[in-house]
Write a protein that binds this ligand. Structure first.
Ligand SMILES: Cc1cc2nc3c(=O)[nH]c(=O)nc-3n(C[C@H](O)[C@H](O)[C@H](O)COP(=O)(O)OP(=O)(O)OC[C@H]3O[C@@H](n4cnc5c(N)ncnc54)[C@H](O)[C@@H]3O)c2cc1C
Ligand code: FES
Length: 374
């Protein structure tokens, strides 16, 4: 069976095709949304919104939210994530969350959110969001997906909330009858923080081709199927056996993903990772702090910004609100065209001065005067 792209469409009460095309020139979407929002906050002229229809505690400090999208939301492929926006303390706040299920017939989607200490959106989603509340969703994106007809052994390495996209992929393989050998190794601090533990155990019993190993870093007493320790090459070899044929996906905090990449480099068939936290910021540019001039072509604004901040942080510090998502270089929501000037990529440390190139302003610092299509 192939991995399908879901229709993922909920009701579209205000998308009546021909009628919509006729009335479009006369409609102000903001005014429309204001009035229909009083009837149903998930209705909108063109914004992809989703209502929370179920909220359940998944693990310690972690909730799963089942969402019913309106007609403007698009489909997804297992393993992908999307940007979720909510108003927190009067500010629109956007972060990326992975979809944990396979596409469903009723178009509902689910995310599992772990509360990060002092985290803006995760705290709001875990502690304050209620059934009936509405979130804005961006389109699904991400390359950590499976081929239409998966072959060969797969190895999923998950740490903490990094289990979410790998759970979606595991469910997708289970739905296909587990056509490949799959090993999931899932690190958490304690048993109470494991998500989907019961379902994963049941799948491991049901499918002989599915091997599961929980690794708990801070649990005093271990049960069957659990072991202790941080990720190591010795541990991977012991659990997996021959690494050389494994197609490997790793997901979790940046430190975990970096360790997994280093430990498997040159030893596995393929490796793809998704970090849920930003990698350590570069410090090189800090030594050379200066102020440069930035011209924002679309809005016609000119400002001075420092070179020791990301362009995004620098613009926000001056009251501007560019489009933003993950703030860690993953979602590409903040991308804009740099028409002239030099920027420094904070992840690679490389400078680039080619005109008319796309830059992620959350991960770029200015090195010279710039002109941006913003
Ligand atoms: C592609 C992608 C998919 C993601 N999928 C999920 C998911 O399915 N479930 C999920 O719970 N999270 C997921 N995340 C992380 C999520 O986007 C947020 O970063 C996280 O919820 C924290 O946001 P916040 O607004 O609460 O914290 P912020 O207010 O942005 O940050 C507060 C502090 O916490 C630190 N921090 C930020 N993120 C994390 C984190 N993940 N772990 C530990 N510390 C952090 C920051 O450095 C900062 O110091 C994903 C991230 C990416 C990039
Ligand atoms: S905000 Fe996601 S890449 Fe910049």
């Amino acid at each position: 069976m192939s991995v399908s792209v879901a229709p993922a469409r909920g009701p579209a009460p205000y998308s009546p095709g021909l009628l919509r095309r006729i009335v479009t020139p006369f409609v102000d979407p903001g005014v429309f949304d204001f009035w229909v929002g009083k009837l149903n906050p998930a209705w909108s002229w063109d914004r992809p919104l989703a209502r929370v229809v179920e909220r359940r505690v998944e693990a310690l400090d972690t909730v799963t939210l089942v969402l019913k999208p309106n007609g403007h939301c698009t489909g997804f492929v297992p393993g992908q994530h999307l940007n979720v926006t909510a108003e927190v303390n009067g500010r629109r706040t956007t972060r990326s969350y992975s979809l944990i299920d396979v596409p469903r017939r009723d178009g509902r989607v689910a995310i599992t959110v772990k509360r990060v200490a002092h985290g803006t959106l995760s705290t709001h989603l875990c502690q304050h969001l209620r059934v009936g509340d509405v979130l804005e969703l961006g389109p699904a994106f991400g390359a950590m997906t499976l081929p239409a007809q998966p072959q060969g052994p797969w190895l999923f390495l998950a740490a903490g909330s990094g289990i979410t996209p790998l759970m979606s992929l595991t469910r997708s393989l289970a739905k296909q009858g587990m056509p490949v050998d799959l090993t999931v190794i899932y690190w958490a601090k304690t048993r109470a923080e494991l998500c989907f533990a019961r379902e994963l155990r049941q799948l491991a019993v049901k499918f002989p081709r599915f091997k599961l190993q929980f690794v708990l870093e801070k649990e005093a007493q271990l049960l069957a199927g659990e072991e202790a320790g941080l990720i190591s090459h010795e541990q991977l070899v012991r659990i997996v056996g021959d690494l050389s044929s494994q197609q490997t996906y790793a997901c979790g905090p940046a430190g975990f993903v970096d360790a997994a990449r280093a430990l498997t480099a040159g030893k596995v068939r393929s490796f793809l990772a998704e970090g849920f936290t930003p990698s350590a910021p570069l410090s090189v540019a800090d030594a050379e702090t200066a102020t440069v001039h930035v011209h924002l072509a679309r809005s016609g604004r000119d400002l001075e910004i420092p070179t020791n901040l990301s362009i995004l942080d620098a613009l926000e510090a001056q009251g501007l609100k560019p489009k933003v998502g993950c703030r860690m270089g993953v979602c590409h929501t903040c991308v804009c065209t740099r028409t002239s000037g030099t920027t420094l990529d904070m992840q690679t440390g490389e400078q680039d001065a080619q005109p008319d190139m796309d830059v992620r302003i959350c991960m770029s610092r200015a090195r010279t005067d710039l002109s941006l299509d913003l």
